[in-house]
Design a protein around this ligand. Structure first.
Ligand code: ASP
Length: 324
């Protein structure tokens, strides 16, 4: 039986009706493909494209800007036979997830960055777009002013972390299993606001932001650097392989809490069990399984809104873990 889950990022933000609408549309787009016998990889791409096109998420259109005010996006996609592709510091492609898929299907490589990634996208006719939304520009100007506070650029850098901690995140991702039992996952982001030019985050790193094998697939979100250092996506899959989706994610949340990794993760196990967890204030997701749509928005102030009813269980202090 097919299943799909999509997320709209973990961090400190307040998911609202727009996030909910975007996530529902994304899952519906993926589900239409799965329902008609389509592949997990097509469903994941379709879901992520919807989220990239939704300005409220910080991926594709509406991505956050780096310190210089430029947008550089990261994305990755993977299939259960370990085929995968990723792009980083991409500037113009409207849908970075499509560029990641190009790397996977049209090249012998795993990760292509910067100008090379832009060139590949253009060569294959991917749509280009100015990814800067007015809302994000307004946030950038405000945050830059706060960061600057009358000092020279070089002295901003030690304060980036402090300022950036206040910034909302909105990375997107999806995991799907199709009716042939194939599993795919993908992740796409503009990265954190005010990142240094050229910075690459976990969303572009196979094993950190995205991982899939025959046992399951995951997409992670949150603070990218610790997610890379702890190879979170691969760790999640290893835990799921041994413990199953729910207990695997539960154990991962305990590990993340102990090691101060602020993240969110969504997973599908090969038996179609869906699980997710987060150690941040906020996380948003939607899923579709057995024809049933569920959504969840954690507002970041401890208020929970979901359609999952009592089928969603809240975990303990080791990090919030839910299972559908
Ligand atoms: N993980 C992303 C990054 O660090 C950001 C996020 O998930 O919000 O680039």
């Amino acid at each position: 039986m097919p299943a799909i889950i999509a997320h709209g990022g973990a961090g400190r933000y307040s998911p609202d009706e727009e996030h909910e609408r975007g996530l529902k549309d994304a899952v519906a787009a993926g589900w239409r493909i799965l329902e008609s016998g389509g592949s997990a990889i097509d469903a994941v791409e379709a879901a992520i494209v919807v989220l990239e096109d939704f300005p409220v998420f910080q991926a594709g259109f509406g991505s956050a800007m780096n310190l210089r005010g430029e947008i550089q996006t990261d994305a990755s996609i993977m299939l259960d036979d370990l085929s995968c592709g990723a792009v980083a510091a991409l500037t113009a492609a409207a849908n970075p997830i499509k560029a990641a898929r190009l790397v996977m299907e049209k090249t012998d490589h795993v990760l292509i960055v910067g100008e090379g990634a832009d060139h590949l996208s253009r060569s294959y006719g991917l749509e280009s777009r100015d990814l800067c939304s007015p809302e994000r520009k307004e946030t950038y100007d405000r945050m830059l002013a706060k960061l600057r506070a009358g000092e020279e650029v070089a002295s901003y850098l030690p304060r980036l972390r402090e300022v950036a901690a206040d910034l909302s995140m909105g990375t997107v991702g999806a995991v799907a299993v199709d009716s042939d039992g194939r599993i795919a996952a993908g992740t796409s982001t503009g990265g954190p606001m005010l990142k240094l030019p050229g910075r690459v985050g976990d969303a572009a790193i196979i094993g950190a932001g995205t991982y899939v094998n025959g046992n399951g697939g995951v997409s992670a979100t949150g603070v990218g650097e610790p997610i890379i250092k702890h190879i979170i996506a691969k760790k999640a899959i290893d835990l799921i392989s041994h413990l199953g989706a729910r207990e695997g994610i539960d154990t991962l949340m305990e590990y993340a809490r102990i090691n101060d990794v602020r993240l969110g993760i969504v997973a599908i196990e090969e038996n179609e069990a869906i699980a997710l967890g987060y150690t941040t204030d906020a996380m948003s997701w939607a899923s579709m399984k057995d024809g049933e749509l569920k959504t969840f928005l954690s507002t970041g102030i401890g208020v929970r809104k979901d359609d999952a009813g009592d089928k969603a269980e809240t975990g303990d202090s080791s990090g919030k873990v839910l299972e559908t």
